[in-house]
Design a protein around this ligand. Structure first.
Ligand SMILES: C[S@@+](CC[C@H](N)C(=O)[O-])C[C@H]1O[C@@H](n2cnc3c(N)ncnc32)[C@H](O)[C@@H]1O
Length: 311
């Protein structure tokens, strides 16, 4: 995909299938329209397609907007729209493409391609789609490369792998361990790693490990070395998980050098408060920061996203 395509905000949002209601079609330009039309026949979207109903909805909005402005539209966009609405909407797999900017400039650093489920919970797990905190963590890695430099990193509940891929491709850790408890999640993750290995250079060794916090014994058994850094995104949402998660964090911290960053979407303030109390009761000292609004145009910050740093 040429980087020329990605200068425009609307195009970046289209590629990562930003919720239609969050896209400002009223700001759409003629260039956006021609870039998007161009992208629809691009190899990347042919090989790794976005969800068909999403593309159809997006085109419909574009058509409506252009008609409203009484701008002339080429026939191609109407043909493409008709072709899409006639397609089987469930014919997957579907992908999203996240274009990350470099931290210092507006330049695109990398475009990560991620296979995602179209439903929030599928196969009994939340790990088959990428969550806002996961996107935030992926951006944060790019902006805090120095914190990842040459470190052995373990990610808990890594899901589809967007954040970890950002760390391996955009930063320079020594090792990266992708971990999650769910087999279906790990299968999709392995596929996402493979897709991105064909598109990018990985800057570190990595491994994929099936690991559940519910069984801290596995962690003890399999890791004679502890990681320097533990990362996790959107793992604080179910109070039933707090005990095993905190036990795992406590064990990981016991060497006195491991640091932890948790990226948390605060959907329910009470749940989030309970988690912080749980951390305190486990003597896990932490600092809490909130990510600024508009942290990245790849994000929809409907709920606040916090970063908890345990040290
Ligand atoms: C909401 S998803 C977040 C996924 C990813 N980090 C992201 O932000 O897109 C929570 C993830 O935690 C994993 N998970 C849930 N309970 C777990 C447990 N007890 N042990 C390990 N992983 C768990 C799920 O399989 C899922 O991938």
């Amino acid at each position: 995909m040429s980087l020329e395509h990605l200068k425009n905000k609307l195009v970046k949002q289209f590629l990562c299938a930003t919720q239609i209601s969050a896209v400002h079609f009223d700001e759409m330009t003629d260039t956006d329209v021609s870039l998007i039309l161009d992208l629809l026949t691009h190899d990347t979207l042919q090989n790794f397609p976005l969800k068909t109903p999403y593309v159809a909805k997006f085109l419909k909005k574009m058509i409506n907007q252009m008609e409203k402005k009484e701008n002339e539209l080429c026939d191609e966009i109407y043909y493409k729209y008709i072709e899409l609405i006639q397609k089987d909407p469930n014919e997957g797999p579907f992908y999203k493409h996240y274009a990350f900017n470099s931290d210092e400039t507006d330049e695109i650093k990398s475009i990560l391609t991620i296979q995602e489920s179209t439903s929030i919970v599928s196969h009994g797990t939340t790990g088959l789609c990428t969550w806002q905190a996961g996107i935030a963590m992926a951006c944060w890695c790019l902006r805090n490369k120095h914190l990842l430099d040459n470190r052995v990193i373990m990610e808990l509940g890594c899901g589809t792998g967007l954040s970890g891929l950002s760390a391996c491709i955009n930063c320079k850790p020594r090792e990266y361990w992708f971990t999650d408890c769910h087999s279906a999640v790990l299968d999709v993750l392995k596929n996402n790693i493979q897709v991105n290995q064909n598109l990018h250079t990985f800057n570190c060794k990595f491994k994929v490990v099936q690991l559940s916090w519910d069984n801290i014994g596995d962690v003890k058994l399999n890791y004679e070395t502890k990681p320097d850094l533990v990362l996790a995104a959107d793992v604080v949402f179910d109070q039933n998980m707090f005990d095993p998660l905190c036990d795992a964090l406590k064990w990981l911290m016991m060497n006195g050098t491991t640091e932890i960053y948790l990226f948390c979407t605060q959907r329910n303030p009470e749940t989030f408060k309970t988690f912080q109390e749980k951390l305190k009761s486990c003597n896990l000292n932490f600092k809490r920061d909130i990510l600024p609004d508009n942290y990245s145009i790849l994000l929809q910050q409907d709920c606040p996203i916090y970063v908890i740093h345990i040290k």
